[in-house]
Design a protein around this ligand. Structure first.
Ligand SMILES: C[S@@+](CC[C@H](N)C(=O)[O-])C[C@H]1O[C@@H](n2cnc3c(N)ncnc32)[C@H](O)[C@@H]1O
Length: 208
């Protein structure tokens, strides 16, 4: 199998406008062409880790996209779920699934306003990665979370240290507790050869 241009293109983004343009085009084929075609299993891994660690609603799904994480959380009764994403086109598809209480278009690298928090849970799949969101957004998320809120954030494992996540989590110090990590495969065996071994690091912690 050849390389998947969508995944590589996504990793190469350098600005929010580029990200918006990419997902405007990608949204319609995302669930079937990418999600099913590449065996994209990270949303299920994030939702399962959240429930396994005792997570409950209200939950904020960061970079909710077409709502793949919300589908699993809703099925596992972790509700209500709100979602935020840069791409209105991705959110429109999530809206159609009916798993979310609220979905709003915003940039998580900027201060978050107008959300229905504080949240007991914050989850994210596939958004803290190359060309997308870096560790600076973590501070904004802590502000909308309740004390004791459970976070399950996936970070592209290959870039965890080089993109500054290792240092950023260490710098959060006593603002977070119970931090642990678990590496999971992003895709199953349906993925293109170039990405079938890609790993995400799930960072699981609570707001102190
Ligand atoms: C690979 S998709 C993951 C979507 C969904 N979580 C999933 O697992 O299917 C990454 C998502 O992050 C969103 N995103 C990228 N940068 C963002 C930002 N700065 N603020 C909010 N969302 C962002 C994109 O619009 C896209 O929907």
């Amino acid at each position: 199998m050849g390389k998947n241009p969508d995944i590589d293109e996504a990793y190469a983004m350098t600005s929010p406008d580029e990200v918006k343009a990419l997902y405007r085009t990608w949204s319609h084929s995302y669930d079937v062409g990418f999600g099913e075609g590449q065996g994209y299993q990270l949303p299920r891994e994030v939702a399962t880790a959240f429930i396994g660690a005792g997570g409950q609603g209200p939950v904020l799904d960061v970079g909710a996209g077409t709502g793949l994480v919300g589908t699993f959380l809703h099925r596992m009764k972790a509700t209500p779920i709100d979602g935020i994403d840069l791409s209105e086109e991705m959110l429109e598809l999530a809206r159609l699934k009916g798993d979310y209480r609220g979905l709003s278009a915003c940039d998580v690298t900027q201060p978050l306003t107008g959300l229905d928090g504080p949240y007991q849970g914050v989850v994210s799949a596939g958004t803290f990665t190359l060309g997308h969101v870096g560790p600076d957004a973590l501070g904004h998320l802590l502000k909308v979370a309740a004390t004791g809120a459970l976070f399950v954030i996936s970070v592209n494992a290959a870039h965890y240290a080089s993109a500054g996540f290792e240092a950023a989590f260490a710098e959060l110090g006593d603002r977070i507790t119970d931090r642990c990590t678990r590496d999971v495969r992003i895709y199953d065996d349906r993925a293109d050869d170039a990405h079938s071994d890609d790993m995400a690091r799930l960072v699981i912690f609570r707001k102190a």
